[in-house]
Design a binder for this molecule. Sequence first.
Ligand code: 13P
Length: 258
Amino acid sequence: MQKNHRHAMMVANWKMHKTGAEAAAFLARLRETGAVKPGGCFVVVAAPFPALAAAAEAAHGMDVGVAGQNLHWESEGAFTGEVSGAMLAAAGCTYVLVGHSERRHLFGETDEMVHKKVRAALAAGLTPIVCVGETEQQRAENETELILRYQFERAFWGTSAEDLLRCVLAYEPVWAIGTGNTATPAIAEGAHRFLRHCVLDIFGAEAAAGFTILYGGSIKPGNMRALLEQPDVDGGLVGGASLDADTFAALVRTANVS
Ligand code: 13P
């Protein structure tokens, strides 16, 4: 599917699930389903660090990108427990998640850190998948657009329009993550349209038309199609429903044809 030259994309975020062997088994099953095919949607799996090399090896030759779930902004140094963009690239990654709400809320990641990670990802030749989203309270207090604009602006501060098009944005309302409360298609479209308007405002019409914006938060095979039918929703970032290869394959098929 293409909207205004934008290719649909389906990203599995396994969070802290799957060993290397489990990642390889998932990809072997995904291959068997035949859901990933030339001309279909872009497919990416974001694996925990120790499973990345096995995932990249298993994905070889099957048009599936591999993503890290986080990176540090420095290229190397005394940063115990951290991983650089170059290390992710060497492990076979071409994408990396940046600023996921669990990183922001559970591990204190700030907008400034998100910004530095976006720069580091681009410098390492990775495509950052940058996550933004409001909390339930912020939505209740009518602050959604304020928060989205702020997170978007801070993440891509100083980025050129050309580099922006090497990035992907994911709208993940915090209240929809892991709760079963998927945003309605109208709510998702409202946020996506607003974010695309921010892109237009700062980076111009060409960037706005070409920029991929994914939705994430309690995606299931039963609700993906209605989300993808929205003009500004270009794909999905999937947590729980991405752990099973057949369920994820169903989501990939939905994005292939819608
Ligand atoms: P769930 O699909 O489990 O709600 O998680 C969404 C998410 O955080 C993907 O990054």
